[in-house]
Design a protein around this ligand. Structure first.
Ligand code: V47
Ligand code: SF4
Length: 371
């Protein structure tokens, strides 16, 4: 691919032309971080103004028992291994109740691929949470888990998604994408479903009216070209379905993983990746900084590099922290608001479907007309 300069890419953007993969590669490898940030910031502010979304959510990981052994994952355990856990139904419900009482708008539920928990266990769990806490949006189960649940008695992925949706599932998170293209995918997670299957399940979900997010795990063995190919695959699917809400780059946390004990990603590369995503993924409205993996400081600075969304209060984080994340496991709503305001932007609490939320303590409602 021919190398493009930043001014050439800026001229394309000014003319309203779409960036191609050569442009994305040039951005991802640009030395002029400030120039890149300015482009991404301008593009973001044209689309989203000064507003930065955040949400009040809670993560729940029902089990860390997993039949896959992804090489980057420090969270999972084999069945019977020390540290393996599976929450009982009541323990999950107690966490949901706590989140509801605290005024959360969303539960983010993901976990390992348990070899014995049947599909019905998950479907009934979703149904019970939804029945008892109908205001909590359930964002749950990566495409990888959906594929697993199909094998665990759910039938096809479409049937699993349909039944979960009918039980009360509201949307899908973006995990499990890792790096979609080969050969990187097989190097970092040889047992995981192929990238094409991840995309297929997302397409089915979008077809059933379930929105989802998309992630990209970066900073391990991949080359910039692999990241560009990953972004291209996401942009192409988004072109067909429009079902992705946010793109979330996940900075690799290297501790206790089989992919080396390095220092993790550089702040420079984190910002470059977020800014490139803003400019190349022109059909994604929201680029989200996951402060848990970036650290609060880089996440805050990223609000000037094309990011318009900060996730979230989180409350109980295991996946990144088992792998050495040094950020805190939770932020309060006030802390998120302060992070955004200190960056000179306007915080807007949202629900999972990006409707602005107004609140009085733990009591919240969707604000009318402020979309
Ligand atoms: O699926 C696992 C990744 C994901 C590591 O959709 C790792 O709103 C970095 O997907 N270093 C879970 N990443 C997190 C996730 C997510 C987070 C926040 C918001 C949303 C959303 C999604 O974390 C896993 C896997 O891709 N992961 N191990 C690691 N060592
Ligand atoms: Fe299992 Fe997910 Fe960890 Fe892979 S990333 S080992 S599928 S929990």
């Amino acid at each position: 691919m021919a190398s493009r300069t930043l001014p050439e890419i800026a001229a394309k953007l000014e003319a309203g032309d779409r960036l191609d993969e050569a442009d994305a590669l040039a951005l991802l490898t640009a030395d002029d971080l400030i120039g890149l940030g300015e482009l991404a910031d301008r593009t973001n502010r044209r689309r989203n103004g000064d507003r930065v979304f955040f949400n009040v959510n809670r993560h729940i990981n029902p089990t860390n028992v997993c039949v896959n052994r992804c090489r980057f994952c420090a969270f999972s355990r084999s069945p019977g291994q020390e540290g393996a856990y599976t929450l009982g139904r009541d323990e999950v419900l107690a966490r949901a109740a706590e989140a509801d009482r605290a005024g959360a708008t969303e539960l983010h539920i993901v976990g390992g691929l348990h070899p014995d928990l049947p599909f019905g266990w998950y479907r009934d769990l979703v149904a019970e949470i939804h029945e008892r806490f109908p205001r909590l949006h359930i964002k749950g189960f990566t495409a990888v888990e959906i594929d697993h649940l199909a094998r665990m008695g759910g039938g096809s992925a479409e049937r699993v998604l349909r039944e979960l949706r009918d039980a009360g599932l509201g949307s899908l998170p973006g995990g499990g994408a890792e790096l979609l293209p080969e050969p990187v995918r097989s190097r970092i997670c040889p047992e995981k479903i192929p990238g094409a299957r991840w995309l297929e399940i997302m397409e089915i979900a979008h077809g059933l009216g379930l929105r989802s997010n998309a992630t990209m795990l970066y900073g391990h063995v991949e080359r910039p070209e692999d990241r560009v190919e990953h972004l291209r695959m996401l942009r192409d699917l988004q072109e067909r379905t429009g079902g992705f809400q946010a793109f979330i780059p996940l900075a690799f946390q290297p501790l206790h993983s089989d992919l080396g004990q390095g220092r993790g990603t550089a702040g420079f590369d984190d910002l470059r990746t977020l800014a490139t995503a803003r400019l190349y993924l022109d059909n994604f409205r929201h680029i989200k900084a996951y402060w848990v993996m970036l650290g609060e400081k880089v996440a805050q600075v990223s609000l000037h590099f094309g990011v318009n969304d900060l996730d979230g209060t989180v409350v109980e984080e295991k996946i990144a922290h088992e792998a050495g994340a040094t950020s805190r496991g939770a932020l309060t709503r006030d802390e998120l608001v302060a992070l955004i305001e200190e960056a000179g932007r306007v915080p807007v609490e949202r629900d999972t479907l990006y409707r602005p939320v107004a609140r009085d303590g733990a009591r919240w409602w969707v604000a009318e007309g402020a979309a």
